[in-house]
Design a protein around this ligand. Structure first.
Ligand code: SF4
Length: 352
């Protein structure tokens, strides 16, 4: 018998104080919902979203039937909107094709949109007691430090190494407890900075603690440089209405969300240089003078965004604007799903 698993489970049974609204539940729909919300999102940030979603859509059928704009509106602020698109697609598959029942096997779960190895293992173990170990950032950290694994977990090789170790250590008689225990230990004791080794149940045999190697583990990959983008949003106003269009760019970060008229450039433009831009000139001759309204910086995982807002009153509605857009009253904007920085701008400027 290894030392790791009994020590971890003893700690979980007697000292684990972490409380989360989705902890201990066995409903695969709610487990799935929490796991999708928590991908790339901290538990504390995800908690209110989980509560809003489960209140608005208590069952997978409710979510499957919900209008897309409404679901995106509820998701607003979590980012990574592909997750929301996949969430809806999978809700519809489960509701319409599988009679509302999630598959009970790891492989069956993996076949659903937006469900990768981690989420499939979480649902399979928490809802159905299947022996699959989860491997997320918390698990990688505990295992890298405890076992002294210097392969970066973000690599393909690393993922295979960590998944193999986790499954070898997993308590097969109670995979749900083991998975919950290691994730909670990583989140509350073996934290990225200043881990609390003195109260850690593993410290007696922990490689990093014994060898003073905590700062080096888990090993990191060199970061790819951020792509810098300059987005200029023109708030077009005509007859008390504002123009917003749905972003249908397949490669776009905010696909499916509404945004004002966008001009993207290789550098930040001021009112003069923006007015000379070919996309701006397409709006002519019906437009007035540009007015600078504000500026935001945002960092995403792979992109740095420089976002500038300009206001432009137009006497008529420019013919070039058509397709997937709409003219809307300012008090209706809050009903539409918007990227967070754009929602912030409208809120700050008291449009709604
Ligand atoms: S002893 Fe410290 S470094 Fe090792 S697993 Fe526990 S908290 Fe993490």
């Amino acid at each position: 018998m290894n030392f790791f698993t009994p020590a971890l489970l003893h700690w979980h049974a007697h000292h684990n104080q972490r409380t989360l609204p989705w902890k201990g539940i066995a409903d695969p729909y709610k487990i799935w919902l929490s796991e999708i919300i928590l991908q790339q999102t901290r538990a504390e940030q995800g908690r209110p979203y989980y509560e809003r979603f489960t209140e608005a859509y208590p069952t997978v059928h409710d979510l499957a039937r919900a209008p897309e704009d409404e679901v995106f509106r509820l998701w607003q602020g979590l980012g990574y909107y592909n997750r929301c698109r996949n969430l809806l697609a999978t809700a519809r598959t489960v509701s319409e094709d599988l009679g509302g029942k999630f598959p009970e096997t790891y492989e069956g779960l993996l076949a659903l949109k937006g469900i990768g190895p981690y989420t499939a293992a979480a649902i399979a173990s928490f809802a159905f007691g299947q022996p699959h170990a989860v491997a997320d950032g918390n698990v990688y950290r505990v295992l890298a430090r405890y076992l002294g694994i210097f392969t970066p977990p973000a690599t393909t090789e690393g993922k295979a190494v960590f998944s193999g170790k986790a499954n070898a250590l997993l308590e097969k008689n109670d995979p749900a407890a083991w998975n919950q225990a290691i994730m909670d230990l990583g989140a509350t004791v073996c934290t990225p900075q200043n881990p609390r080794c003195a109260v850690c149940p593993l410290h007696r045999h922990c490689y990093a603690f014994q060898k003073n190697a905590i700062a080096e583990l888990p090993a990191r990959m060199a970061k790819a440089p951020l792509r810098q983008r300059f987005l200029h949003y023109l708030i077009l106003e005509a007859g008390g209405e504002i123009w917003l269009s749905r972003n249908d760019d397949m490669a776009g970060i905010w696909r499916g969300l509404y945004q004002p008229f966008l001009i993207e450039a290789n550098e930040a433009l001021d009112t003069k240089t923006l007015a000379a831009h070919p996309d701006f000139r397409k709006l002519a001759p019906d437009v007035g003078a540009l007015q600078y309204e504000g500026h935001l910086q945002r960092k995403l995982t792979h992109q740095a965004l420089d976002i500038r807002f300009f206001r432009l009153r137009v006497s008529g509605k420019p013919a070039v604007l058509s397709g997937n857009g709409l003219w809307t009253r300012p008090d209706h904007i809050a009903q539409l799903p918007l990227p967070k920085p754009i929602a912030l701008f409208f809120e700050k400027k008291a449009y709604f």
